[in-house]
Design a binder for this molecule. Structure first.
Ligand SMILES: [Zn+2]
Ligand SMILES: [Zn+2]
Length: 212
């Protein structure tokens, strides 16, 4: 039975895929990567008729996290993730956002850092955490083996991979993360990326030019 439901809300001028993820059995939800445009996110929460318990962050880039502190204050929920290696990004959200002309950004202090092998829960759903450095040092991926679903941030995209020219980026490390931590999840696993359309592990294994 498919208990996980997801609604993608593109936010910020970067069209970042903020994801409202919930457990259909309990209507408890997590907001993943609230980069901005909080009214759009709050409208989606109301329309889905869910109660948000958590904010999860895949990594520390401004388009993924700039609205997290504000949303936490409004919803009174904890922020989980990313991995501690993105601390340097989370401490400089305000100045980075200013450089990109983004409004209403705030630095982020997670309530819980995540590490490889950790688990996060929402409602009756459990997601395994995989630390996948390369796009940023602290990037994490959320994977539910039961639901055959992974939320991968900017690690892997339909037909592409995350950029590695930003501070802390490393292409060799990124490709190793994808090869060792994502490809083994299984070809049937659905992927929600930080930008662009959804895909599957199998489709990327077959067609992604970076993985041939
Ligand atoms: Zn990023
Ligand atoms: Zn991004």
């Amino acid at each position: 039975m498919t208990k996980a439901k997801a609604l993608i809300i593109p936010v910020t001028p970067f069209q970042q895929n903020c994801t409202l993820l919930w457990c259909e059995a309990t209507k408890r939800a997590a907001v993943i990567d609230p980069g901005g445009d909080l009214p759009d996110i709050e409208r989606a929460i109301a329309e889905a008729g869910v109660a948000v318990d958590k904010i999860w962050l895949t990594h520390g880039h401004v388009d993924h996290v700039a609205g997290a502190a504000d949303l936490k204050a409004r919803l009174k929920v904890p922020i989980e993730g990313p991995h501690r290696d993105d601390l340097f990004l989370l401490q400089h959200v305000v100045e980075t956002a200013r450089a990109f002309g983004l409004q209403d950004a705030a630095n982020v202090t997670p309530d819980r850092w995540l590490d490889d092998g950790d688990q996060v829960e929402v409602g009756e759903l459990t997601f395994d955490v995989r630390h996948c450095p390369g796009h940023s040092p602290g990037s994490v991926v959320f994977f539910s083996a039961e639901q055959r679903l992974a939320i991968v941030g900017d690690v892997l995209f339909a037909g592409s991979v995350g950029r590695t020219d930003l501070p802390g980026g490393d292409q060799r490390q990124l490709l190793k993360s994808i090869r060792d931590k994502l490809m083994p999840l299984g070809d049937d696993v659905a992927i929600i990326s930080g930008h662009g359309p959804t895909t599957t592990i199998g489709r990327e294994r077959a067609t992604n030019p970076f993985l041939q």
